[in-house]
Design a protein. Structure first.
Ligand SMILES: [Zn+2]
Length: 233
């Protein structure tokens, strides 16, 4: 965002804040530019529909940069994900993802691959993909892009391939081979957990959409909590 003037750019509204009834600021996350604040004067007064400046709305933004800041002049809507807003569980999930991204993204640092992961995860959410496996898939893919995802194929400690089985560490995110950790009693369970976690990140979108996962909700929640911890660290 160095030069002044007009700019047209594709992205999503991550967050909005109303400074007055007629002045709204938006935190946009856009291709090639990363995340940044813009003023959106007059949104809600007809010029730019108020609904267009809600979080999770994707579009092509027409911006103007002056010495005083970046202004949203107009917008072409691409996808508003309005369907999500009809279901409290789904919109809460999507807004939580957005909130976590807002906290984690470095301002004005491009994250185009992660932007795509976010978009396609919202599509899966809207299309009723299984919720907990989807949350795991989204967070794991995010951490994987940042080089911080727990390895699902190699031992966290020695790096040897895990083959079909790996041992869960009760207090850490990763998996360990039999020589690095004393095998837990419930070995079968560890194996099925690893297989399901792998499936959730490996399946294509259409296969994921219709997949049946066998893990219990608490098992997903436990693994998801590890990922959230890594993001907060
Ligand atoms: Zn090992």
């Amino acid at each position: 965002m160095e030069q002044q003037g007009q700019l047209r750019i594709t992205g999503v509204v991550l967050y909005r804040k109303d400074l007055s009834p007629t002045l709204r600021t938006l935190y946009l996350w856009c291709r090639e530019k990363g995340a940044f604040w813009v003023f959106s004067p007059g949104s809600g007064k007809g010029k730019i529909g108020r609904a267009y400046t809600e979080p999770l709305v994707w579009g092509s933004f027409h911006l103007y940069k002056s010495t005083r800041g970046v202004y949203l002049k107009a917008m072409d809507l691409r996808e508003d994900f309005w369907e999500l807003r009809k279901h409290p569980l789904m919109i809460r999930e999507a807004l939580q993802w957005g909130g976590l991204l807002k906290k984690s993204l470095l301002p004005e640092h491009p994250e185009d691959a992660l932007l795509r992961v976010f978009y396609w995860s919202l599509v899966l959410l809207r299309d009723r993909a299984p919720l907990l496996p989807l949350r795991w898939r989204f967070l794991w893919k995010w951490l994987s892009l940042w080089g911080q995802a727990p390895d699902l194929w190699r031992c966290e400690s020695c790096g040897k391939p895990l083959e079909a089985s790996g041992y869960l560490h009760s207090r850490r995110a990763g998996f360990y081979c039999a020589s690095c950790i004393a095998p837990p009693e419930e070995f079968q369970e560890a194996e099925s957990v690893l297989q399901e976690l792998r499936r959730a990140v490996m399946l294509s979108r259409s296969d994921f959409q219709n997949a049946d996962f066998t893990l219990e909700p608490w098992q997903w929640e436990q693994r998801i909590a590890f990922l959230e911890e890594i993001l907060r660290a």
